[in-house]
Design a protein around this ligand. Structure first.
Ligand code: GLU
Length: 303
């Protein structure tokens, strides 16, 4: 498959969408990012890498970090993880409070904010140094020790993080989280603030793609656990647009409000795309379009 030509053809075809949408305005530090950027990288399980445009530019991975946190949580707690968080699509926005109240403080899934805060709580309870451990895990997955938190982004989000604080308070009220709210929120915001490029993200997701032994920085997952993690990405990876992404793209994936999207085609490739302008659901406009065209032109998807 000539992935390089396909990535270039995709870029040419999505250019008309370049001005659509806005970058995430509710996090002041993200609003300062130049919205008119685009990058894409596809890496195959047999070691080939294909890039287009700004595939080396680092950006805020935001909710894509929730996949790494879930992998650590599954490794530490196994199926026991699911007593405090569900695995059903929410059909609501990533930061919705309503469903959480109706469902008595048990978040629908680990990829909405409430669920990710619960997974962060599990990591805080299990680990002596959760912030260092999280970073070590991501660095090991990607094979790059320079990956780091962006404290400006994390602090900026904390300053205006009223909604996430409300979610954490509701979780605490229902006894779903055990740790103190303030350090827990800061850990969550730091995870979201990690910066990676499309190339680095594609590399970091290869271990979820290739069904080889999964052991990174002391965290192991079985093939069956990787299947489950991918299943949650397929059903819950795009907030209230998970059905749309499944329909258009046909791959498991995860988006973030930094404008990044990662998707995987099991046993074949992982792909990351980034462009900061988001649609009304919080997903990258150009990113969604690029991945739709990728599976259309390659005629490869899990369906
Ligand atoms: N840090 C963001 C928030 O909590 C992550 C949201 C996202 O990327 O979906 O609002």
């Amino acid at each position: 498959m000539d992935y390089q030509s396909i990535l270039e053809k995709i870029y040419r075809e999505i250019l008309p969408f370049a001005g659509q949408g806005e970058q995430a305005g509710y996090i002041p530090a993200l609003q300062r990012v130049n919205p008119d950027q685009y990058g894409m990288c596809l890496q195959t399980v047999d070691g080939c890498s294909f890039s287009c445009m700004k595939a080396d530019t680092r950006f805020s991975i935001q909710s894509i970090a929730k996949v790494f946190a879930l992998a650590m949580g599954l490794s530490l707690r196994g199926e026991g993880l699911w007593t405090r968080v569900g695995k059903e699509p929410s059909g609501t926005a990533f930061n919705s409070l309503v469903q959480l109240e109706i469902e008595k403080g048990i978040p629908r899934n680990p990829f909405i904010n409430a669920g990710a805060i619960v997974v962060a709580d599990v990591l805080m309870s299990e680990l002596k140094n959760p912030e260092e451990e999280f970073l070590s895990f991501v660095r090991a997955l990607c094979g790059d020790d320079s990956i780091n938190y962006n404290l400006e982004v994390a602090n900026s989000e904390r300053e205006v993080g009223y909604l996430n604080a409300a979610i954490a308070n509701l979780l605490k009220y229902h006894g779903t989280i055990k740790n103190e709210i303030e350090p827990l929120l800061m850990f969550y915001f730091k995870m979201c603030s990690v910066e990676m490029s499309c190339k680095e993200l594609a590399r970091a997701f290869l271990p979820f793609t290739n069904r080889k032994r999964f052991a990174y920085a002391g965290y192991t997952l079985s093939i069956s656990q990787i299947k489950r993690l991918n299943a949650v990405m397929q059903t819950c990876g795009f907030y209230d647009e998970a059905g749309e992404f499944s329909y258009l793209v046909g791959l498991p994936g995860k988006s973030g409000v930094g404008g990044g999207i990662v998707a995987i085609y099991p046993m074949r490739y992982s792909v990351a795309v980034w462009s900061p302008r988001l649609n009304s659901k919080g997903n990258s406009v150009m990113g969604m379009k690029a991945l739709e065209l990728l599976t259309t032109y390659t005629e490869e998807s899990i369906f």
